[in-house]
Design a protein around this ligand. Structure first.
Ligand SMILES: Nc1ncnc2c1ncn2[C@@H]1O[C@H](COP(=O)(O)OP(=O)(O)OP(=O)(O)O)[C@@H](O)[C@H]1O
Ligand SMILES: [Mg+2]
Length: 196
């Protein structure tokens, strides 16, 4: 995925501001970490890569499809149950998911519940599992905004595993925490650093 001279203006009731100015980068196969302080425009950039904002100028070139886990994962929940969110339409499908749920630290009992009723950490895990499943079956760009927030040590290790499993494709994550970079290094994961 290539980004050239991207400028993004965001608007809310109190006016418009330029959030990203003339940003260029190449996101290659493997893990790409967008690193910058709070409010530097990481989420805006990821959402723009995912087609959620229209850039004021510049170009985004992406051949493949894309999965996004946003910084507030519930923004992308669309269904009334966790099972439907994961594309499991019947008890047989739900049963097939039990191993994957366990791996990501979710209890199978949540399958009947509304994704909105989950804790923050559970929502994050559900969104990660959904993206990892969508991503596994075809070539896609995987984008995870703030991948380690709201997760305990096990959850972080599970995210590291998802990143490891995905490293034959383009993976883009964003963080404002240096500890996250140290954590990736500690897990033996190599990455390209893109500062914003
Ligand atoms: N819809 C909007 N209207 C106006 N300003 C916005 C809008 N969305 C984001 N911004 C502003 O753009 C700037 C960057 O926000 P963004 O959420 O992209 O930062 P971030 O780098 O992801 O921060 P964090 O590390 O805290 O997650 C902030 O100053 C924010 O207030
Ligand atoms: Mg953000």
């Amino acid at each position: 995925m290539q980004v050239e001279k991207l400028t993004v203006e965001m608007t809310s009731f109190d006016g418009s501001r330029q959030v990203i100015s003339n940003f260029s980068a190449s996101f290659n196969k493997g893990i790409n970490v967008i690193y910058g302080p709070p409010a530097s425009g990481k989420t805006t950039l990821l959402q723009t890569l995912a087609g959620m904002n229209r850039p004021a100028s510049g170009e985004i070139r992406n051949q493949g499809r894309l999965s996004l886990v946003s910084q507030v994962p519930e923004r992308e929940f669309l269904h009334s149950s966790c099972a439907c969110e994961l594309g499991a339409d019947n008890p047989e499908d739900v049963k097939k998911l039990s191993e994957e749920l366990k791996e990501i630290g979710l209890n199978i009992s949540i399958m009947e519940r509304s994704p909105w009723s989950l804790s923050r950490g559970e929502k994050k895990r559900l969104a990660l599992l959904r993206a990892a499943r969508e991503y596994r079956n075809c070539e896609k760009v995987l984008i995870i905004d703030d991948p380690f927030c709201d997760l305990d040590k096990n959850g972080c290790a599970q995210v590291a595993q998802i990143l490891k499993d995905s490293s034959n494709n383009v993976v883009i994550v964003a963080t404002n925490r240096r500890e996250d970079l140290e954590f990736l290094k500690g897990k033996g994961l190599e990455y390209s650093l893109i500062e914003i």
